[in-house]
Design a protein around this ligand. Structure first.
Ligand code: PLP
Length: 357
């Protein structure tokens, strides 16, 4: 059994994907070819935002979002400690200071109550300028944007939605990627919408941010790429990856239904044995991961292994305990819930071809 069965998906979409790739080989516009624009339009319409701007990967997407919001040394960016490294890494890469926040035990997402405490503490200390909340739609479930938006207004902060795992998720019919000033996603092959290499995108309704991001992703271009008006980066989505994504995006709505069916079946099977993931009322998860919390993780993993069911640990180390962030001065025990999650979570196989019919 596969943890994520990319081969089953390719078998299903093979003739369409192959034709799309061949088409790119025939026209030869490997960088910024017509498929890139077509994909950006389709992504924007799926997510329900004015602008979708593709880039090289989900990590660059976060860096571009931070650059567009002018995040710089001396700024505080609040982000969950229980997440993938890239969320926090890009904050430090921008020269700003990540301020870690506790998680909600049931949803795995950033805890708005703890967030407000940490914002107040930064203000009281007076050393850093509170600037951005970077929320993460962990395992496919959108973070609590209604609460986060209230806090952002109260403390004059911007929000970045890291929807690398959240693409396809919803709150009351509104889709992930549309909840923040700028949202980002990743098309890494294992994500809910993945390509066959690296890829990423940003989403925004704000024309000014969109224009800035378009410039930043091509060397801070002005009129063209040889007129450079700001320091940017080289971060574009390959045309071949855009071509592949066009077919995968067309198949995505059905895959999302299949993922939710698979999650339902897991819920029925596992609710009496382990703590199953909670999806609040009105929310839809894209199930980037189906993650349970278990008592004796090693032995549960062994049991699954004996049945040829692969399992993974996302994530075994919180950001505040990562070696790369040791200079920030956090200690074990600073985030008891996130640390408990890191010690008890276990993810089971999940993809769009696990449950179909
Ligand atoms: C995968 C991921 C990223 C980074 O995406 P890449 O395309 O691998 O650079 C960022 N944040 C989260 C939460 C992720 O899961």
């Amino acid at each position: 059994m596969q943890f994520i069965d990319l081969a089953a998906q390719y078998q299903e979409l093979k003739s369409k994907i192959d034709a799309r790739i061949q088409n790119v080989l025939d026209h030869g516009q490997y960088i910024m070819g017509p498929e890139v624009k077509e994909l950006e339009q389709k992504l924007a319409s799926y997510v329900g935002v004015k602008h979708a701007i593709t880039c090289a990967n989900g990590t660059d997407a976060l860096s571009l979002a931070l650059m567009a919001l002018d995040v710089r040394p001396g700024d505080a960016v609040f982000c969950p400690t229980f997440t993938f490294f890239a969320s926090a890494e890009t904050i430090a890469f921008a020269g700003a200071t990540p301020v870690f926040v506790e998680s909600n035990e049931d949803t795995f997402n950033i805890c708005p109550l703890d967030l407000e405490k940490r914002i107040k503490a930064v203000i009281a200390e007076g050393k850093l300028n509170p600037k951005v909340i970077m929320a993460v739609d962990l395992f496919g479930l959108p973070a609590d944007y209604p609460a986060l938006t209230t806090l952002a207004k109260k403390y004059d902060l911007k929000i970045i939605e890291d929807a690398a795992q959240g693409f396809g998720g919803e709150i009351n019919g509104k889709r992930a990627g549309s909840f923040a000033d700028i949202a980002t996603t990743s098309f890494f092959p294992a994500k809910p919408l993945g390509c066959y290499g690296d890829g990423g995108a940003l989403f925004t309704d704000n024309d000014e941010y969109a224009a800035l991001i378009e410039s930043l992703r091509v060397h801070g271009k002005g009129k063209d790429k040889y007129d450079n008006v700001r320091i940017g980066m080289n971060s574009r989505l390959d045309t071949i990856q855009a071509a592949i994504l066009l077919e995968k995006l067309a198949a995505f709505p059905q895959e999302l239904i299949n993922r939710n069916k698979a999650a339902e079946k897991y819920n029925l099977e596992l609710a009496s044995k382990h703590k199953i993931p909670m999806v609040p009322n009105g929310y839809l998860s894209s199930w980037a991961q189906y993650t349970i919390q278990v008592e004796d993780r090693d032995s549960v993993m062994q049991e699954y292994k004996a049945k040829d069911i692969p399992t993974m640990i996302y994530y075994g180390t919180c950001m505040h305990l990562q070696t790369a962030f040791k200079d920030l001065g956090y200690q074990r025990g600073d985030f008891p819930i996130a640390e408990k999650l890191a010690n008890s979570v276990l993810s089971l196989p999940m993809h769009g071809y696990l449950c179909r019919d």
